[in-house]
Design a protein around this ligand. Sequence first.
Ligand code: KIV
Length: 282
Amino acid sequence: MSTELNGGKKKPNSFNASKVTTQTVVDMKFRGEAISMLTAYDYTMAKLVDAANVDIILVGDSASNVMAGNETTLPMTLDHMIYHTSCVVKGVDRALVVADLPFMSYQVTTKEALISAGRMMKEAGAHAIKVEGGAPIVDTVKRIVDAGIPVMGHLGLTPQSIYKFGTYKVRATEDLEAEQLMSDAIRLQEAGCFGLVLEKIPSKLSKKVTEELDIPTIGIGAGPHCDGQVLVLHDMLGLNKDFHPRFLRRYADLHTDIVNAVGNYVKDVKSRDFPNDQEQYN
Ligand code: KIV
């Protein structure tokens, strides 16, 4: 078995049967087994998420908001995403690592898209890439898949198009947009996508799309009928107090925990309680 996965940076023989592959997640859909997906952008968080047995780690371009403090995902560059993805890959033993191609790294020409996808695989060691959009990128998806690179699609609220939408509201509530979304989903599957993120669309529509497709759908704000669910890690851990959309379930309140822990450290330093006798070298 090859030892050259992950751009040759991982330990030898890291490819084994317990690793999640694109085929694993397609098989999970057929077994009716729900697929878990979370974002991660760095080595430490990726190691934690992988240890908790998440199936897919998405190096999302939401790193733009979460890590860089930008308002949108648009400022993210391919080099930024390659950096984040290479950090994540080093922390992962089991999960499938999918990396977002950022805004304008795949929309201009198919050739440029293929070069971007290739860099993400070669330089970062991603296992697959994700792109946003339907009909306009179908040929590009096909070309990338033909080159041996697995592609995940993303329909519904696609944040790279936020200036076209003008709002983060639920998409495809009207028949015309819902029909377009269904047609896009089928075309992305035909182009070779192994999976599809559905973001912020009505549950009824995501159910129809999920039933229609052979590839798994992964929902965020798309209801319970998708084959899997994805959340932004920092949101579900409660690191961000200001973001509370209806679809978000918080599994921790790390904002409070971290502010308290840091506050206690500051208090102990100021009172000279830290370091004590055991916390120094004599
Ligand atoms: O960038 C991201 O985190 C995403 C998820 C919200 C699906 O695309």
